[in-house]
Design a protein around this ligand. Sequence first.
Ligand SMILES: NC(=O)C1=CN([C@@H]2O[C@H](COP(=O)(O)OP(=O)(O)OC[C@H]3O[C@@H](n4cnc5c(N)ncnc54)[C@H](O)[C@@H]3O)[C@@H](O)[C@H]2O)C=CC1
Ligand SMILES: O=C([O-])CC(=O)C(=O)O
Length: 269
Amino acid sequence: MTTSIPKVRRVGVVGWGAIGRVVGSALVEQTIPGAELECVVDNRPLGDSAPAPQVAFEEALQRCDLVVEAAGQAVVRAWGERVLESGTDLLIASTGALTDEELAKRLLAAGPGRVYFTGGAVGGLDLLQAVRSLGPLHDVRLTTTKLPSTLEQPWMDEELLTRMRTATGPVEVMSGTARDVPAKFPKSTNVAASVALAVGDLDTVRVRVVADPGAHHTRHVVEASGAHGTYRFDVAHLPDPGNPATSQVVPYAVLRSLAALAGRTGQIL
Ligand SMILES: NC(=O)C1=CN([C@@H]2O[C@H](COP(=O)(O)OP(=O)(O)OC[C@H]3O[C@@H](n4cnc5c(N)ncnc54)[C@H](O)[C@@H]3O)[C@@H](O)[C@H]2O)C=CC1
Ligand SMILES: O=C([O-])CC(=O)C(=O)O
């Protein structure tokens, strides 16, 4: 009888920020059997602060068999296909990049590396994806509520910025579809694109973005209905203390995805 030695996934973390630091540190502490931190990519010099070598993206593709993107939508646009074409798998946190349908098509067709998405800060995506087999969801809504400062954008006019800065209660700052919203709030509403990936259609997902100075927790409420049922997922997360645009849970969602990719058994998929 031959025993096969399980292959350890050599992971490169791109983006040593709120998400990447937690993910990379957990890998170094060997909390994910079958996965180890090989290197880190960031466009800032990290000095000794990273527990693995900081390398250029090209070098990461040579060293790793799995890259975790935790840097931003622009990195997915610039590097996504190259990662997959090099034979390296790619786990994407910045799902908002996929609102560019041409890019989405190219990434889904590229290989031999495989592309994956983390559920990130939003819940119920597994069930919504399963529900699609029963028929389309006609009405899908996401309401995201965050601290006003985490939603300020360069395209906003003075009137809106003043309304957000002086608000004493919730203020709606944008309503649109999952096609439009993640590009307008690239660091804060990737969840809208994630819901659309699960539902299979950007335009079906209607999104409201709400700034609330009382939002001690970031809240994402997904409501969906179709001929076969109705669904509601309501989550409230503490924000990351260093980067309140990102919920504290997100790196742990990434680690959960990594554990599945590394072959952990007994996992809810
Ligand atoms: N799917 C989800 O639920 C969520 C997705 N995200 C996505 O994850 C991204 C990262 O989130 P955080 O870690 O909170 O951000 P962060 O701002 O704390 O860290 C980002 C890191 O990436 C680095 N970086 C930026 N551009 C880069 C580039 N071109 N090349 C290399 N490094 C680069 C920055 O220097 C920084 O160290 C967000 O921009 C957002 O797109 C964030 C929160 C939730
Ligand atoms: O972390 C969150 O709550 C959501 C977020 O920033 C994103 O979707 O980009």
